[in-house]
Design a protein around this ligand. Structure first.
Ligand code: GLN
Length: 284
Protein backbone atom coordinates (compact mmCIF):
# COMPACT_ATOMS: atom_id res chain seq x y z
CA UNK A 1 0.00 0.00 0.00
CA UNK A 2 1.36 3.39 -0.95
CA UNK A 3 1.36 6.41 1.27
CA UNK A 4 -1.31 8.12 -0.80
CA UNK A 5 -3.55 5.07 -0.39
CA UNK A 6 -3.04 5.31 3.39
CA UNK A 7 -3.99 8.96 3.29
CA UNK A 8 -7.08 8.21 1.23
CA UNK A 9 -8.09 5.53 3.76
CA UNK A 10 -7.64 8.00 6.62
CA UNK A 11 -9.55 10.71 4.75
CA UNK A 12 -12.34 8.22 3.98
CA UNK A 13 -12.74 7.50 7.70
CA UNK A 14 -12.88 11.21 8.50
CA UNK A 15 -15.47 11.91 5.81
CA UNK A 16 -17.57 8.92 6.91
CA UNK A 17 -17.46 10.23 10.49
CA UNK A 18 -18.72 13.62 9.19
CA UNK A 19 -21.71 11.89 7.57
CA UNK A 20 -20.57 12.33 3.97
CA UNK A 21 -22.67 9.86 1.93
CA UNK A 22 -19.91 8.51 -0.36
CA UNK A 23 -16.70 9.04 1.66
CA UNK A 24 -14.34 6.78 -0.30
CA UNK A 25 -15.32 8.18 -3.72
CA UNK A 26 -15.08 11.74 -2.43
CA UNK A 27 -11.65 11.18 -0.86
CA UNK A 28 -10.42 9.72 -4.14
CA UNK A 29 -11.99 12.53 -6.18
CA UNK A 30 -10.27 15.13 -4.02
CA UNK A 31 -6.93 13.31 -4.37
CA UNK A 32 -7.41 13.00 -8.13
CA UNK A 33 -8.30 16.68 -8.42
CA UNK A 34 -5.30 17.80 -6.37
CA UNK A 35 -2.93 15.64 -8.43
CA UNK A 36 -4.53 16.50 -11.76
CA UNK A 37 -5.30 12.89 -12.69
CA UNK A 38 -8.39 10.71 -13.12
CA UNK A 39 -9.49 8.61 -10.17
CA UNK A 40 -8.37 5.47 -12.01
CA UNK A 41 -4.83 6.88 -12.32
CA UNK A 42 -4.25 7.54 -8.62
CA UNK A 43 -1.84 4.59 -8.38
CA UNK A 44 0.57 6.50 -10.66
CA UNK A 45 0.86 9.42 -8.22
CA UNK A 46 4.16 9.89 -6.37
CA UNK A 47 3.75 9.81 -2.61
CA UNK A 48 4.01 12.88 -0.50
CA UNK A 49 3.14 15.41 -3.21
CA UNK A 50 0.47 18.04 -2.60
CA UNK A 51 -0.31 16.69 0.88
CA UNK A 52 -1.40 20.02 2.29
CA UNK A 53 -3.73 20.70 -0.62
CA UNK A 54 -5.27 17.25 -0.28
CA UNK A 55 -6.00 17.68 3.42
CA UNK A 56 -7.36 21.17 2.84
CA UNK A 57 -9.85 19.69 0.37
CA UNK A 58 -10.73 16.91 2.80
CA UNK A 59 -11.35 19.44 5.58
CA UNK A 60 -13.70 21.41 3.32
CA UNK A 61 -15.59 18.25 2.42
CA UNK A 62 -15.71 17.32 6.14
CA UNK A 63 -17.46 20.65 6.70
CA UNK A 64 -19.95 19.38 4.07
CA UNK A 65 -18.97 21.76 1.30
CA UNK A 66 -20.12 20.07 -1.94
CA UNK A 67 -17.45 18.01 -3.69
CA UNK A 68 -18.29 19.94 -6.86
CA UNK A 69 -17.32 23.24 -5.20
CA UNK A 70 -13.99 21.76 -4.10
CA UNK A 71 -13.11 20.39 -7.54
CA UNK A 72 -14.94 23.19 -9.39
CA UNK A 73 -16.57 20.65 -11.71
CA UNK A 74 -20.00 19.05 -11.96
CA UNK A 75 -20.81 16.24 -14.36
CA UNK A 76 -24.17 16.35 -16.16
CA UNK A 77 -24.95 13.85 -18.94
CA UNK A 78 -21.95 14.23 -21.33
CA UNK A 79 -20.77 17.55 -19.93
CA UNK A 80 -18.23 18.63 -17.36
CA UNK A 81 -19.41 22.03 -16.13
CA UNK A 82 -17.73 24.77 -14.11
CA UNK A 83 -19.55 25.35 -10.83
CA UNK A 84 -18.88 27.07 -7.53
CA UNK A 85 -20.38 29.42 -4.96
CA UNK A 86 -23.58 31.10 -6.11
CA UNK A 87 -24.72 28.52 -8.65
CA UNK A 88 -26.94 25.48 -8.16
CA UNK A 89 -25.01 22.21 -8.60
CA UNK A 90 -26.80 20.25 -11.34
CA UNK A 91 -28.35 16.97 -10.16
CA UNK A 92 -28.62 13.50 -11.69
CA UNK A 93 -32.43 13.59 -11.46
CA UNK A 94 -32.45 16.58 -13.80
CA UNK A 95 -30.50 14.54 -16.37
CA UNK A 96 -33.74 12.61 -16.90
CA UNK A 97 -35.68 15.83 -17.56
CA UNK A 98 -33.05 16.92 -20.09
CA UNK A 99 -33.11 13.42 -21.59
CA UNK A 100 -36.85 13.58 -22.17
CA UNK A 101 -36.47 16.94 -23.94
CA UNK A 102 -33.60 15.62 -26.07
CA UNK A 103 -35.55 12.50 -27.12
CA UNK A 104 -38.63 14.56 -28.11
CA UNK A 105 -36.54 17.11 -30.03
CA UNK A 106 -34.82 14.34 -31.99
CA UNK A 107 -38.22 12.94 -33.00
CA UNK A 108 -39.55 16.34 -34.06
CA UNK A 109 -39.84 17.03 -37.75
CA UNK A 110 -38.10 20.40 -37.38
CA UNK A 111 -34.71 21.08 -38.98
CA UNK A 112 -33.42 23.49 -36.34
CA UNK A 113 -35.63 23.32 -33.24
CA UNK A 114 -36.00 26.42 -31.10
CA UNK A 115 -35.64 25.68 -27.38
CA UNK A 116 -35.91 27.80 -24.22
CA UNK A 117 -34.44 26.80 -20.82
CA UNK A 118 -36.01 28.91 -18.05
CA UNK A 119 -33.69 29.42 -15.07
CA UNK A 120 -30.66 27.73 -16.56
CA UNK A 121 -28.31 28.02 -13.54
CA UNK A 122 -24.97 26.51 -14.64
CA UNK A 123 -26.46 26.00 -18.13
CA UNK A 124 -26.72 22.22 -17.68
CA UNK A 125 -30.02 21.53 -19.48
CA UNK A 126 -29.51 24.11 -22.24
CA UNK A 127 -25.99 22.88 -22.99
CA UNK A 128 -26.96 19.20 -23.00
CA UNK A 129 -29.66 19.96 -25.56
CA UNK A 130 -27.23 21.91 -27.74
CA UNK A 131 -24.70 19.09 -27.48
CA UNK A 132 -27.09 16.21 -28.12
CA UNK A 133 -29.60 17.67 -30.59
CA UNK A 134 -28.00 18.60 -33.92
CA UNK A 135 -28.81 22.17 -34.99
CA UNK A 136 -30.94 23.00 -31.93
CA UNK A 137 -31.00 26.74 -31.21
CA UNK A 138 -31.16 27.16 -27.44
CA UNK A 139 -32.06 30.27 -25.46
CA UNK A 140 -31.05 30.07 -21.81
CA UNK A 141 -32.64 32.50 -19.36
CA UNK A 142 -31.05 33.35 -16.00
CA UNK A 143 -31.95 36.38 -13.91
CA UNK A 144 -29.47 35.84 -11.06
CA UNK A 145 -26.22 37.71 -11.84
CA UNK A 146 -23.90 35.21 -10.15
CA UNK A 147 -25.50 32.16 -11.76
CA UNK A 148 -25.48 34.09 -15.06
CA UNK A 149 -21.67 34.39 -14.80
CA UNK A 150 -21.25 30.62 -14.35
CA UNK A 151 -23.66 29.91 -17.23
CA UNK A 152 -21.70 32.31 -19.46
CA UNK A 153 -18.42 30.46 -18.78
CA UNK A 154 -20.00 27.10 -19.52
CA UNK A 155 -21.71 28.37 -22.67
CA UNK A 156 -18.45 29.78 -24.01
CA UNK A 157 -16.81 26.38 -23.41
CA UNK A 158 -19.60 24.03 -24.54
CA UNK A 159 -22.26 26.04 -26.40
CA UNK A 160 -20.93 25.56 -29.95
CA UNK A 161 -22.35 28.98 -30.79
CA UNK A 162 -25.89 27.60 -30.54
CA UNK A 163 -26.76 28.71 -27.00
CA UNK A 164 -27.57 32.32 -26.17
CA UNK A 165 -27.93 33.61 -22.63
CA UNK A 166 -30.48 36.21 -21.50
CA UNK A 167 -30.38 38.03 -18.14
CA UNK A 168 -34.17 38.13 -17.90
CA UNK A 169 -36.90 37.06 -15.52
CA UNK A 170 -38.64 33.87 -16.57
CA UNK A 171 -42.04 35.56 -16.25
CA UNK A 172 -41.55 38.10 -19.04
CA UNK A 173 -38.49 36.89 -20.97
CA UNK A 174 -38.01 36.65 -24.74
CA UNK A 175 -41.19 38.33 -26.05
CA UNK A 176 -39.57 38.24 -29.52
CA UNK A 177 -40.02 34.44 -29.53
CA UNK A 178 -43.74 34.44 -28.72
CA UNK A 179 -45.57 31.59 -30.46
CA UNK A 180 -42.42 30.24 -32.18
CA UNK A 181 -40.72 27.97 -29.67
CA UNK A 182 -40.70 24.18 -30.14
CA UNK A 183 -39.85 23.19 -26.56
CA UNK A 184 -39.65 24.92 -23.17
CA UNK A 185 -37.81 23.20 -20.32
CA UNK A 186 -37.25 24.31 -16.75
CA UNK A 187 -35.88 23.20 -13.40
CA UNK A 188 -37.25 26.12 -11.38
CA UNK A 189 -36.98 26.60 -7.62
CA UNK A 190 -39.81 24.58 -6.06
CA UNK A 191 -39.03 23.68 -2.43
CA UNK A 192 -41.89 25.12 -0.33
CA UNK A 193 -40.66 28.02 1.86
CA UNK A 194 -41.05 26.14 5.20
CA UNK A 195 -39.22 22.98 4.15
CA UNK A 196 -35.52 22.82 4.98
CA UNK A 197 -33.35 20.46 2.88
CA UNK A 198 -31.68 17.74 4.96
CA UNK A 199 -28.28 17.74 3.25
CA UNK A 200 -25.93 20.51 4.40
CA UNK A 201 -24.44 20.59 0.87
CA UNK A 202 -27.83 21.75 -0.41
CA UNK A 203 -29.04 23.80 2.56
CA UNK A 204 -25.80 25.71 3.12
CA UNK A 205 -24.28 25.95 -0.36
CA UNK A 206 -26.88 25.92 -3.13
CA UNK A 207 -28.23 29.44 -3.69
CA UNK A 208 -31.60 29.73 -1.91
CA UNK A 209 -32.99 31.49 -4.95
CA UNK A 210 -32.50 28.25 -6.90
CA UNK A 211 -34.05 26.07 -4.18
CA UNK A 212 -37.07 27.75 -2.62
CA UNK A 213 -40.18 28.45 -4.62
CA UNK A 214 -42.48 31.35 -3.83
CA UNK A 215 -46.05 31.03 -2.61
CA UNK A 216 -47.39 28.76 0.14
CA UNK A 217 -46.80 25.60 -1.90
CA UNK A 218 -43.51 26.76 -3.46
CA UNK A 219 -45.07 26.50 -6.92
CA UNK A 220 -45.36 30.17 -7.98
CA UNK A 221 -42.34 29.76 -10.29
CA UNK A 222 -43.85 26.61 -11.81
CA UNK A 223 -47.03 28.60 -12.51
CA UNK A 224 -44.90 31.35 -14.07
CA UNK A 225 -43.18 28.72 -16.23
CA UNK A 226 -46.63 27.53 -17.37
CA UNK A 227 -47.70 31.05 -18.38
CA UNK A 228 -44.42 31.74 -20.16
CA UNK A 229 -44.51 28.37 -21.97
CA UNK A 230 -48.08 29.10 -23.09
CA UNK A 231 -46.90 32.45 -24.48
CA UNK A 232 -43.72 31.15 -26.15
CA UNK A 233 -44.75 27.80 -27.62
CA UNK A 234 -46.01 27.30 -31.13
CA UNK A 235 -49.15 25.17 -31.46
CA UNK A 236 -48.06 21.57 -30.77
CA UNK A 237 -44.94 22.70 -28.86
CA UNK A 238 -43.80 20.84 -25.73
CA UNK A 239 -43.01 21.75 -22.13
CA UNK A 240 -41.15 19.88 -19.37
CA UNK A 241 -40.98 21.13 -15.77
CA UNK A 242 -39.20 19.57 -12.80
CA UNK A 243 -40.85 19.36 -9.36
CA UNK A 244 -40.40 17.53 -6.03
CA UNK A 245 -41.75 14.03 -5.38
CA UNK A 246 -44.60 15.59 -3.36
CA UNK A 247 -45.81 17.98 -6.07
CA UNK A 248 -46.66 15.73 -9.04
CA UNK A 249 -50.45 16.03 -8.79
CA UNK A 250 -50.39 19.80 -8.13
CA UNK A 251 -48.11 20.47 -11.10
CA UNK A 252 -50.18 18.14 -13.26
CA UNK A 253 -53.22 20.35 -12.55
CA UNK A 254 -51.31 23.51 -13.54
CA UNK A 255 -50.97 22.16 -17.11
CA UNK A 256 -54.72 21.89 -17.57
CA UNK A 257 -56.93 21.52 -20.61
CA UNK A 258 -58.67 24.85 -19.85
CA UNK A 259 -55.30 26.56 -20.31
CA UNK A 260 -54.80 24.86 -23.65
CA UNK A 261 -52.61 21.90 -22.61
CA UNK A 262 -53.04 18.30 -23.70
CA UNK A 263 -51.18 14.98 -23.22
CA UNK A 264 -50.19 16.19 -19.72
CA UNK A 265 -48.09 13.49 -18.04
CA UNK A 266 -46.16 13.05 -14.83
CA UNK A 267 -42.80 11.24 -15.00
CA UNK A 268 -40.49 9.56 -12.50
CA UNK A 269 -36.74 9.98 -12.13
CA UNK A 270 -34.25 7.08 -12.05
CA UNK A 271 -34.99 6.42 -8.38
CA UNK A 272 -38.71 6.01 -9.08
CA UNK A 273 -39.75 9.34 -7.54
CA UNK A 274 -42.24 11.66 -9.20
CA UNK A 275 -40.00 14.26 -10.81
CA UNK A 276 -41.37 16.18 -13.80
CA UNK A 277 -44.50 17.03 -15.75
CA UNK A 278 -44.69 17.33 -19.53
CA UNK A 279 -47.44 18.62 -21.79
CA UNK A 280 -48.20 19.67 -25.35
CA UNK A 281 -49.61 23.10 -26.14
CA UNK A 282 -52.73 23.56 -28.29
CA UNK A 283 -53.35 21.91 -31.64
CA UNK A 284 -50.70 21.50 -34.35
N1 GLN B 1 -33.78 19.49 -6.74
C1 GLN B 1 -33.40 20.44 -5.74
C2 GLN B 1 -32.78 19.70 -4.60
O1 GLN B 1 -32.38 18.59 -4.75
C3 GLN B 1 -34.56 21.33 -5.40
C4 GLN B 1 -34.71 22.56 -6.21
C5 GLN B 1 -34.58 22.40 -7.69
O2 GLN B 1 -34.03 21.50 -8.26
N2 GLN B 1 -35.09 23.25 -8.44
O3 GLN B 1 -32.58 20.19 -3.52
Amino acid sequence: MTLLMDEIALATARLAEAGVPSPRTDAEEIAAFVHGVRRGQLHTVKDGEFDALFWEGVARREAREPLQHITGRAYFRYLSLDVGPGVFVPRPETEVVAGWAIDRLREMDVASPLVVDLGTGSGAIALSIAQEVALAQVHAVEVDPVAYGWAKRNIVEHGQGRVSLHPEDLADCLPELNGRVDLVVSNPPYIPPGAVPRDPEVRDYDPSRALYGSGKDGLDEVRAVERTARRLLRPGGLVAVEHSDQQGSDVYLVFSEERGWRDTRDHEDLTGRDRFVTARFGQE
